[in-house]
Design a protein around this ligand. Structure first.
Ligand code: LR7
Ligand code: MN
Length: 552
């Protein structure tokens, strides 16, 4: 709830509280009274907007008590809602497109098809939703915009009820806006499906409810779909800072990957040739919130898994499905949309269910074939768990569309993806003669830390799963053992250039580091501490046994 509308919440009789009168004339009067009250609130709100605040996407600041309230709201909602309420709903942004390679005239596209823009929301801040809508209206030529569909996933915030209705009816009456209210909270996947069901445009563009579209964002998306209806497209997603609403652009952009734990990751563009062009770039996956898809293709290719609840997983499901079943996923560098990245979810999930885990288990079973083993090593509790639900329909879909195997996807779409047990010299637990194992000591997926030693688990857990790659890396998924200061061994991002990340495994179990001339050693390392490299010698401390060794 924003500070702004606190008054409204307190005093406004709403349909929830007061019964509308039955008599027709009385009813009309009641409606007009109500609408007057909303109008008053709106005028009050609009009078507090500070002209030009945040223009050009520059950082915006408030002063005094408002600045303080803003900071508090940031802690509570992971977003400075006070600042958003003061910023113009139609703030002007710089054209963020990269003009480095081609003249600006090359940004000209002339699609002939129309799009429905679908924005779903659950308890988002009203001003943020409205800014999203205004950016779409102002940045999309009207001949290309069929409609904007807002889907309210049963929000409980008062400001998103009557006042939003009023705003749409009064301030947005000249535009084709459909507001769909869901009776019960369905989660973002089914909410999007409800939006898609009422959409009439040739193309569907989905946006999170805290985005800002920029100059020329829609044309290249529609043009590409016009020429290739099986291409699903993602704009470059720029960062809008949650604290001061800065719109930041980055000269280089990345495309989507995934981790075996089932999370979306950003990865560098794989093909060098794609780095210096403005043509669409192949993307193995998408983040999920912002994309354009031909409406018929959306339905033909299986829309969404309707049994996915809450939040998470649907983006990888759709990415794998698109590629495996004959479509393409691309990032379009000439289309840019900002998204507010929040540090935490400002909303709660019904029953605290791990919907991301459950949804990902569903997609792993349906799309990943045997490679699902890696996901279930991260989530062993979900492998044979009835909570994952029935998969018959999605498996039938895969069969009906004659989709390709996951191995095809890995080989052809994402060949850089490291597969822990394929094409490697050795993999599995790596143990000493004292039943101690190499262990990542529960290092977070994106942090660096020591390569540790820990009691071997009785089963192969992810924290003790290491591979010796074809390049001689001693690695986890994306983290490689690297020697620092000629003695410490840290897990750090793999760089692929050998050096201190290069290891040679000898038949006797010695793990040798050519860059230092030393050997991996457990000498003097206690449970839960980091291993070292020492001068090579024939001791038990320098012998390591991998579960599986493929050396000839
Ligand atoms: O129960 C809910 N019902 C909803 O309608 C929960 C959320 N929602 C709405 C919500 O109001 C918002 O508009 O769904 C939208 C997405 O929720 P966010 O903004 O909390 O999600 P996110 O941005 O943290 O998460 C990303 O991954 C999600 C996985 O399910 C979705 O695919 C999001 O759309 C996706 N967002 C992006 O891709 C934006 C770029 C971020 C990156 C990387
Ligand atoms: Mn989001």
């Amino acid at each position: 709830m924003t500070v702004l509308f606190a008054f409204y919440v307190k005093f406004l009789p709403d349909s929830n509280g007061v019964q509308a009168p039955a008599n027709k004339r009385k009813q009309e009067k009641y409606v007009s009274n109500l609408s007057n009250i909303y109008e008053q609130k709106l005028l009050e709100y609009e009078s507090k907007i500070i002209p030009n605040l945040g223009d050009d996407g520059n950082p915006a600041f408030l002063t005094g008590i408002e600045a303080k309230k803003g900071e508090e709201s940031l802690k509570k909602f992971a977003l400075n809602t006070v600042l958003s309420d003061r910023m113009p709903l139609d703030r002007k942004l710089r054209d963020p497109r990269n003009k480095k390679y081609l003249g600006a005239k090359k940004f000209k596209y002339n699609p002939k098809i129309k799009t429905s823009v679908i924005v779903i929301f659950y308890n988002e801040v009203l001003s943020v939703i409205l800014r999203t809508i205004w950016s779409v209206i102002l940045q999309t030529p009207s001949r290309l915009l069929q409609e904007i569909i807002l889907v309210d996933d049963a929000s409980t915030e008062e400001s998103l009820k009557g006042l939003l209705d009023h705003y749409v009816n009064r301030r947005l009456k000249d535009y084709n806006i459909k507001l769909v209210r869901l009776k019960n909270r369905l989660g973002l996947i089914r909410a999007r499906l409800q939006g898609a069901r009422v959409a009439q445009g040739d193309v569907l563009i989905f946006l999170d409810a805290h985005c800002e579209a920029t100059t020329g964002w829609a044309e290249p998306l529609l043009s590409r779909i016009e020429e290739q209806p099986t291409a699903v497209l993602v704009p470059i997603i720029d960062v809008i800072e949650a604290s001061d609403m800065t719109y930041s652009t980055n000269g280089n952009f990345q495309v989507g990957g995934f981790s075996w734990s089932g999370h979306f990751t950003w990865i560098d563009i794989q093909d060098e040739r794609d780095k210096n062009t403005l043509a669409p770039v192949k993307s193995p996956t998408m983040a999920g919130g912002l994309f354009a898809i031909d409406r018929n293709f959306f339905w033909d290719i299986g829309s969404y898994d309707e049994q996915m609840d809450g939040w998470g997983g649907e983006n990888l499901e759709m990415s794998f499905r698109i590629w495996q079943c004959g479509g393409r996923l691309e990032t379009v560098p000439c289309s840019r949309v900002g998204h507010i990245f929040r540090d935490f979810h400002p909303y709660s999930f019904p029953n605290n269910k791990d919907t991301h885990g459950i949804n990902t288990a569903r997609l792993a079973h349906v799309w990943m074939d045997d490679y699902k083993r890696f996901f279930f090593m991260h989530q062993p509790g979900l492998e044979n768990n009835p909570i994952v639900g029935d998969l018959t329909h999605r498996k039938q879909l895969r069969h009906k569309l004659r989709c390709k195997p996951f191995k095809w996807y890995l080989d052809n779409v994402y060949p850089e993806k490291f597969v822990l047990d394929e094409g490697v010299f050795a993999y599995g637990q790596v143990r000493t003669e004292f039943e101690m194992c190499l262990d990542d000591l529960q290092l977070a997926e994106d942090k660096m830390g020591p390569l540790g030693l820990y009691q071997c688990h009785p089963y192969l857990a992810m924290s003790q799963y290491f591979s010796l790659s074809a390049k001689g890396e001693l690695r986890k998924e994306n983290f490689c053992a690297e020697v620092f200061n000629r003695q410490d061994v840290e897990l750090t991002e793999c760089h692929g250039h050998k050096r201190e990340q290069y290891w040679v495994l000898y038949r006797n179990g010695t793990v040798y580091s050519p860059s230092t001339g030393k050997c991996l050693s457990s000498d003097g390392v206690s449970n839960g501490n980091g291993v070292k490299v020492h001068k090579c010698s024939d001791t038990v401390y320098q012998r390591w046994k991998f579960d599986n060794v493929n050396m000839t």
